[in-house]
Write a protein that binds this ligand. Structure first.
Ligand SMILES: Cc1cc2nc3c(=O)[nH]c(=O)nc-3n(C[C@H](O)[C@H](O)[C@H](O)COP(=O)(O)O)c2cc1C
Length: 225
């Protein structure tokens, strides 16, 4: 691999993907078709998923860009039945409270077509739960070191995680039980880490149905200048 010093720091030659324009057209179209099939799935089967697949999915997420390349994330992958059931119990307690007392009427109305409620059986049935923690700062030699654009960085990494899960033929749900502090306790995470998202991962259960949602058109989501 070719390398050289720039401003005193080692740089390596960028070996990017180099497609002919027609190939790029094809790639962009076929990736859209692939991603358009992604859906949030709430009925996940208990069919096992090998750990090696989860490892590669997590490694893919960690290729995401991040502020000053701090990679301010920890992905906790849980397959232990005991921990999953603790997480389900704690999540359902919070979700029950949210659905009964915390969510506005408007919010509950917006959720009606999706059909969610406080029951979260997928937290136990899924072979894996990936809990993403954002590192609000790092601890280096006992002192605090800043991370930058943490929410943006971890959000992008989660998008790539979801994409990696989908393209491997698996399914997930972006789950945000609120508040989520119980995840720090159950997983015994350090104080510089805050729970960000909880993603059950596995295969879709047989005969899974999803809400018939329509996505906004290109005109509605973009402006070209
Ligand atoms: C930040 C975020 C939080 C979400 N939280 C939940 C959740 O707690 N429970 C749930 O069932 N779905 C949750 N969703 C999933 C959305 O309901 C879903 O993405 C949306 O209805 C569009 O459906 P689709 O993902 O199948 O395209 C969340 C999505 C996002 C992006």
């Amino acid at each position: 691999m070719q390398s050289k010093l720039i401003n005193g720091f080692q740089h390596i030659k960028y070996e990017g993907l180099d497609f002919a324009p027609t190939e790029t057209e094809k790639k962009a179209r076929s990736f859209l078709e692939l991603m358009d099939k992604r859906r949030s799935i709430r009925t996940i089967s208990s069919r096992p998923v090998p750990k090696s697949i989860i490892e590669n999915i997590i490694k893919t997420a960690s290729t995401a860009p991040s502020g000053a390349h701090k990679q301010p994330w920890t992905f906790c992958a849980v397959s232990s039945a005991d921990i999953k059931s603790k997480i389900r119990e704690a999540a359902e307690k919070e979700e029950f409270e949210s659905y009964q007392n915390r969510m506005s009427d408007r919010w509950l109305k917006d959720l009606e077509p999706i059909g969610t409620d406080w029951h979260k059986p997928f937290l136990e049935s899924s072979p894996w739960l990936i809990i993403v923690f954002k590192k609000v700062y790092d601890e280096i030699d006992g002192s605090k070191a800043n991370n930058y654009y943490v929410n943006e960085s971890v959000g992008i990494a989660c998008g790539m995680l979801i994409t990696a899960i989908h393209q491997a033929g698996l399914v997930t749900l972006t789950h945000t039980p609120s508040p989520m502090n119980f995840l720090s306790e159950i997983l015994n995470r350090p104080v510089n880490e805050r729970p960000y998202l909880l993603l059950p991962v596995g295969y879709a259960a047989e005969d899974t149905y999803v809400p018939d949602l329509k996505r906004k058109s290109l005109n509605e989501i973009s402006e070209f200048y």
